[in-house]
Design a binder for this molecule. Structure first.
Ligand SMILES: NC(=O)c1ccc[n+]([C@@H]2O[C@H](COP(=O)([O-])OP(=O)(O)OC[C@H]3O[C@@H](n4cnc5c(N)ncnc54)[C@H](O)[C@@H]3O)[C@@H](O)[C@H]2O)c1
Length: 330
């Protein structure tokens, strides 16, 4: 890879992961901007080669960046992303693109009008298990149902509403897998341990299929799973282990000669074997971003994708307040 300078803005939990991953790549030079001196000191102690700035103006002027990553808390994405886009830098903005659809649209518009590449940070599209399911979707036939479980873990920090923080991942993955945007949503959420909404259960209508998306940060056990069912089969994936099983319904029959045959055969389907090269999704996401910037290619996750995920989350939050099924639009 040719030399590439990248500026990470916001060096908290996720920003530090970006710095660690970028620092491990050949030919990549990392600068970091954060308003917190403690955050910068932590970065400097772990990554002494990274240049640090406590002011984003200085960082944009002096870091010689080819592109930026925005990893500030979501409430600050709008101001940070617009400043970066107006200064003419390509940018990857962490998910969710913004806390509401109007702000998300402003970010996408700023990127478009300043002619800079914008990638939304929906990292799960780069998870090898999601990529593998994407190329195997034809085995499932027409999709009729999906369900996602994204549980844990509690945080001592104030997180976004759990729908914006966690459910957006699965909302976006379902769009990636099926090419469909969610049209309506109905949901409920509760405050269990954190004083704000930290448990949600949502039903999205994607037009041709329904999806139950469940998320919470209640217990310290991490679950990240999805099932996708079509008329021709079912796929189950585990985002963490990067395990995927796909079963086609073909070959199954509805009547069996003996009870033994029924017990051993019924509902098993035919397994589709796949091989998954396990890799860190963040590394793949950043490599793809750098490649798109260098080659002026369209990113795998566009600003528009980011806007739609926020629109779906916003409508879901509205539904939990109104108690009604809400329309999703941008
Ligand atoms: N892709 C993922 O799986 C994933 C995981 C975790 C977090 N995130 C996203 O990453 C973003 C950051 O989350 P986090 O958990 O790392 O937050 P954090 O609170 O740990 O860190 C945010 C950092 O930004 C700094 N900051 C605040 N305002 C700033 C500004 N104006 N300029 C520069 N720095 C500023 C803070 O000092 C802090 O160091 C959020 O949007 C979150 O949704 C994504």
């Amino acid at each position: 890879m040719k030399n590439f300078n990248i500026l990470v803005v916001g060096a908290g939990i996720m920003g530090s992961n970006h710095v660690r991953t970028l620092e491990s790549m050949d030919g990549v030079k990392v600068s970091v901007a954060d308003i917190s001196k403690e955050a910068l000191a932590r970065i400097k102690s772990k990554f002494p080669n990274a240049e640090t700035y406590d002011n984003i103006d200085n960082a944009l002027k002096n870091s010689n960046a080819d592109a930026c990553v925005v990893a500030t808390p979501t409430i600050y994405h709008l101001e940070t992303a617009i400043q970066i886009a107006e200064a003419g830098f390509p940018l990857l903005v962490e998910k969710p693109l913004a806390t509401n659809v109007e702000d998300a649209k402003k970010i996408a518009k700023a990127a478009q009008s300043n002619n800079v590449l914008l990638q939304a940070g929906h990292i799960e599209r780069f998870n090898p298990v999601v990529a593998k399911l994407k190329v195997n979707m034809k085995n499932l036939g027409d999709i009729v149902y999906a369900s996602a479980h994204r549980f844990g873990v509690p945080s001592f920090r104030k997180l976004d509403n759990v729908i914006l923080d966690l459910a957006v991942h699965d909302i976006d993955v379902l769009t990636f897998l099926t090419g469909e945007r969610p049209k309506h949503v109905a949901g409920e959420e509760k405050k269990i341990i954190s004083g704000q909404e930290d448990l949600s259960t949502l039903i999205f209508d994607y037009g041709s299929f329904l999806a139950a998306v469940e998320s919470n940060t209640v217990i310290p056990i991490k679950v990240r799973e999805m099932s996708v069912m079509g008329r021709g089969g079912i796929a189950r994936l585990n985002y963490i282990n990067q395990d995927l099983s796909i079963f086609k319904a073909e070959g199954d029959k509805l009547s069996y000669g003996t009870f033994d045959e029924l017990v051993t055969r019924v509902g098993k389907g035919t397994e589709v074997r796949t091989f998954i090269q396990k890799e860190e999704p963040l590394k793949l996401e950043l490599e793809s971003f750098i490649r798109c910037v260098n080659n002026h290619e369209k990113p795998l996750v566009t600003g528009e994708d980011g806007v739609y995920a926020v629109a779906a989350a916003e409508a879901a939050i509205k539904s939990t307040n109104t108690g009604k099924r809400e329309k999703i639009g941008v």
